[in-house]
Design a protein around this ligand. Structure first.
Ligand code: AMP
Ligand code: TRP
Length: 335
């Protein structure tokens, strides 16, 4: 049997619900890719510790994020879907890799520079600085071939590649060197109220964000109130018509239709009609996803069992890589 190439990706458990940008930009792709790849998807709770968290809430967000992966179609019998902290090897490999990462090299990561300049040095923890090294450990433990991510994560995957190549050239071939697969611009979703900013879990106002776990009627209302323009024509033009263009992208992504066909369908009709149709599409898509997620969350013990079984599968692959690394760098083997 020819084995499938490996895929790795993950998301932080940073909110109670994912938003539809996460769904269209990440989960839909993951769901499709899980057929052709031996895929590993993690809920990266160790990464989430770099932000202030209430412990009980973090636990809950971790379960909820995992439930939404499954509800969106990631199948825990097909892909390895697990919680990062359940696999000890992540933190251990991150330590080894941190001893091979330059201080300046880590300091050049733009996400760290943005965050540390926003919070100030005293409020910036060292974990935020080493965040990309932990991400490199996530990826390298599984001998990953491809890493689908948003473009803000590209630099972190480049660092991962550099670290893999550095380790391999110093100690002999140990890691597969992974390739980033950057999300298409057409998979990027913007805020409904502020359609030039990315839709985000941390948006200032809730009115522009569609949550996966919201009541469908609430999302429909948000769409009816979404910002448009005064032209009154349903056509794609990111510069002049960011609001309408964003809704066209959502419509196309969820129905699998092409944007010109949707423009034609709404030619000569107003924004009201278009929004109503989009609201129906969104309700139809997310209604069942929400129900499935709530069903899974109603039985946390069963969900925890599924996650544990998947973590055991992840452990096997991760432990093999970590043992090889420990031996190669010269750590004495415990007999
Ligand atoms: P975040 O929770 O913001 O870290 O997002 C996790 C992943 O979801 C990102 O790496 C992207 O692939 C995807 N994502 C988040 N927000 C959006 C968005 N507005 N549009 C498209 N994809 C998004
Ligand atoms: N840093 C990624 C993000 O914020 C999440 C992440 C952690 C990740 N480890 C990863 C993504 C490994 C891909 C592969 O979106």
């Amino acid at each position: 049997m020819v084995s499938k190439p490996r895929l790795y990706s993950g998301m932080q458990p940073s909110a109670d619900s994912l938003q539809i940008g996460n769904y269209i930009g990440a989960l839909m792709q993951w769901r499709d890719l899980q057929e052709a790849y031996d895929a590993f998807f993690s809920v990266v709770d160790l990464h989430a510790l770099t932000q202030p968290n209430d412990p009980a809430e973090l636990r809950e967000k971790t379960r909820r994020t995992a439930a939404q992966y499954i509800a969106a179609g990631i199948e825990p019998s097909k892909s390895t879907l697990y919680v990062q902290s359940h696999v000890r090897a992540h933190a251990e490999l991150a330590w080894i890799l941190s001893t091979m990462t330059g201080f300046g090299e880590a300091g050049r990561m733009t996400q760290f520079k943005d965050k540390s300049s926003r919070y100030g040095t005293d409020a910036t923890n060292v974990g935020l600085f080493t965040y990309p090294i932990l991400m490199a450990a996530d990826i390298l433990l599984y001998q990953t071939d491809i890493v689908p991510v948003g473009d803000d994560q590209k630099q972190h995957v480049e660092l991962t590649r550099d670290l893999a190549e550095r380790f391999n050239s110093r100690f002999g071939k140990t890691f597969q060197v992974p390739t980033p697969v950057i999300q298409k611009e057409t998979a990027r979703i913007y805020d409904l109220q502020n359609p030039t900013s990315k839709m985000s879990k941390s948006a200032e106002s809730d009115a522009g964000v569609l949550w996966l776990l919201d009541e469908p009627s609430k999302s429909a209302k948000k769409i009816m109130r979404a910002v448009t323009d005064s032209e009154g024509v349903v056509r794609f033009d990111r510069e002049q018509k960011p609001g309408v263009s964003n809704m066209l992208v959502i419509f196309a992504a969820l129905t699998g239709r092409q944007i010109p066909a949707i423009e034609d369908e709404f030619a000569g009709r107003g924004y009201g009609d278009f929004k109503k149709a989009l609201a129906e599409v969104v309700v139809e898509e997310f209604g069942p996803v929400r129900e499935r997620a709530l069903e899974l969350l109603a039985d946390p013990a069963e969900l925890d069992r599924v996650l544990a079984a998947n973590a055991a599968r992840a452990d096997e692959v991760a432990d093999a890589t970590l043992s090889d690394v420990y031996a190669k760098v010269g750590l004495l083997r415990r007999v």
